[in-house]
Design a protein around this ligand. Sequence first.
Ligand SMILES: [Zn+2]
Length: 395
Amino acid sequence: MYDYLYEAAKRLIGFDTVSSNSAVPAMEYLAKELASRGFKTALQPVELLGVSQANLVAWAGPPRSDGLIVSAHVDTVPYAGQPGWEREPLKFEAAGDRIYGRGASDMKGFIANCLDAVRTLDTSKLKRPLVFVFTASEEVGCLGAHEVAPALRQILGECPVPKLAWIGEPSSYEVYRAHKSIVSFGVTVRGIGGHSGAPARGVNAIAVMGRVIEAIGRLQEARRISPDPEFQSIFPDAPTDVVNFGTVKGGLALNMIAEECALRVSYRTLPNADPLQLYREVEQRIAELDTTDYASHEHRATVELGRTMVVPPLNSPPGTPLERVLFDLTGAKTSGGALYGTDGGWFTSSGIVSLICGPGDLDQAHQPNEYIRREPFERGTAMVHKVIERMCNSE
Ligand SMILES: [Zn+2]
């Protein structure tokens, strides 16, 4: 009964779609499968982080404005160098109640469900448009969605862009309608090098970076102590903007004044906020910073803020028809906030209201020996089928 589903998952996991590789072969496979089921398909070629990638759009149904987008990303996080792997990451392996392979939960299992569900769909009888959007480079900042979301109008031609999207990210079938924006940037401090025995002749970049970190940390602290009651139930863990110091690198040797220090920071802001507001506050604090080090007030370091990379937030209104259908099919009664960012941010920027709900488990995403549980995976096909029936085929 699940032969095709398992075969599709096996094929998808077999494509090495780590974001730094091209997802084009996997996209071509998906395009071929969907074309054989009566979908029009278009590959959107895009160059992302120096790699030739493609997004896939596949659509069927009459040109009406009340259709549905079903979306997933095809890329995965890396596995090479990740400790803990005891299985071959690209090998689909069913064992007990689990199906192993990189991307099984995040989110190739769901894509296999989509392929399986449309096998029994008569696309010529659809009453409203059904549009699949499969994206590249989601795991490195939703770069594929950034390209394809604003291009949908042109790609779909006479078929209006649906205003609702269902993204099957791993949620254990919880329904999420919000996530925070993600902003990342680098800070580089350049000091003046020299012998550590004469610190006053130079400026230590690591010492000045300490001041930078303190300044950003104070902003984080100010956010933490004033949570937003509106988001208390949606983000119970942190109803505030949150900041993370990701990496810091500086200095060459113990007996040298560190000439350079580089920091990478990311933060997530509440979905109703301007994602760049906190960045502007960081800029201002850094402009006011004392950039001398503790050894001397003679010399100053320079502090350079790098360009920002932004994944916009998701803040979909409750009560949409898609939400009702997902509630009915999953038994969920409320829609909350996801801890991760998704392509839905860019869909929102193009006027498409997105909801997140998928068969994978978040605690499996990005893990070694990633798996999806067999039961929710097998149930996923019927789930996709029913959502399509309710959203695109009912009166
Ligand atoms: Zn994902």
